[in-house]
Design a protein around this ligand. Structure first.
Ligand SMILES: *Cc1c(COP(=O)(O)O)cnc(C)c1O
Length: 360
């Protein structure tokens, strides 16, 4: 069986270093907001080419806290792609704000900059972009629009650790880059975790207060905060894994290249462009008979995933709130299939997947 992902195999090469870090934390007896969290914040910000970082409890919390920081008036509008993982939209609702959905570009699956301007109203305060599947968004036109209309930009980088747009890493264009370290992400912890990056010292200082009950000095509370901290244990594991992130991304890229060169023309493959250095968190192809293809692969002992089976505007939680038609999102959701592309997969396994795909 070729699995879609195997978190044991993925982490096995780092096990000894994890155990060392674990026993170090245990021996020090300091579990919340200690040296390991601040070291990881510095290392991860440096890796991305950003000035400051703040570890938080999850990717969703990173997005929630980024919006909380701005204190937009209730009911303000935030522009967001219509085909994102639901967390991006939940972060907007969790702040009492209104998501305004913009359809993606059918070739990149990322928000279409040409469709943003028509959705901007006097209530618009921010644009949340999502670098979906690990491919950076077309950031220059987006940043130009933000400048023109005085909008804040928050980047959902949960799938794009290390990806670059015109040589600059995702998470460094907007006011905040929001990251998830959910175990399956390219930089995954051994549990939940997240981070915000920013070049604005005051912004990160306030985020560090907001993640810790709104306090900067213990027992003195300046803001209505949350408890959303990255813990020492996870920060230690993340520092270990960060040293291997480039190798993880390079391996995924190598597997993606095999698919790109080997798959027959029937499949719509991810767009490749020198300005967009994709880290292939997900290798998604499209095919009109996606469900049959998926069944065919399973019969051949190959597991795949669908990211995602139901678009946000058709989720029970949101369908009465998100009005309008989103046909491009619908089309992507109906035809997309994610192929095995993990750090734990071998080239031989991917060649096997390619052979079975081409036999379909
Ligand atoms: C995983 C993910 C999130 C949420 O991250 P968590 O750490 O699970 O809260 C947000 N946005 C996108 C695009 C994601 O893929």
């Amino acid at each position: 069986m070729i699995e879609y992902e195997n978190l044991f195999l993925l982490n096995e090469p780092f096990m000894e270093s994890y155990l060392e870090s674990f026993s170090d934390t245990l021996n020090k007896g300091w579990f919340i907001l200690g040296n390991k969290v601040s070291a990881f914040e510095t290392e991860f910000a440096a890796y991305c080419g950003s000035k400051y970082g703040a570890g938080v409890a999850s990717g969703l919390d990173a997005l929630v806290l980024a919006l909380k920081y701005f204190e937009f008036p209730e009911g303000s509008e935030v522009i967001v792609p219509s085909n994102t993982y639901i967390a991006t939209i939940l972060a907007i609702y969790n702040n009492g704000l209104v998501p305004v959905m913009v359809e993606p570009d059918i070739d990149t699956y990322n928000i279409d900059p040409a469709k943003i301007e028509e959705k901007i109203t006097p209530q618009t305060r921010a644009i949340m972009v999502v670098h979906l599947y690990g491919k950076p968004c077309n950031m220059h036109p987006i940043m130009n629009l933000a400048l023109k209309y005085n909008l804040k930009v928050v980047e959902d980088c949960a799938q794009s650790h290390g990806a670059t747009y015109k040589g600059k890493k995702t998470g460094t264009f907007g006011e905040f880059g929001a990251f998830s370290f959910y175990p399956t992400k390219n930089l995954g912890a051994l549990g939940d975790g997240g981070a915000l990056l920013s070049n604005n010292f005051d912004a990160i200082t306030k985020i560090k207060a907001l993640r810790n009950y709104g306090c900067q000095e213990k027992y003195y509370n300046d803001y209505i905060g949350m408890n959303s901290r990255l813990d020492e244990m996870q920060a230690g594991f993340l520092s270990v894994k960060l040293m291997h992130l480039d190798a993880i991304n390079a391996h995924k890229k190598k597997l993606a290249k095999l698919y790109q060169d080997g798959l027959k023309e029937d499949f719509i493959l991810p767009q490749v462009h020198p300005d967009y250095k994709d880290v292939y968190h997900i290798y998604a192809i499209r095919h009109p008979k996606r469900d049959k293809l998926r069944a065919h692969l399973l019969e051949n002992n190959i597991r795949t995933e669908i990211h995602y089976p139901v678009p946000p505007h058709r989720q029970n939680a949101l369908k009465n709130r998100l009005k309008g038609a989103f046909p491009i999102s619908d089309l992507i959701h109906q035809t997309t299939l994610s192929l095995p592309v993990s750090y734990c997969h071998t080239e031989a396994q991917v060649e096997q997947v390619i052979a079975k795909m081409n036999a379909f």
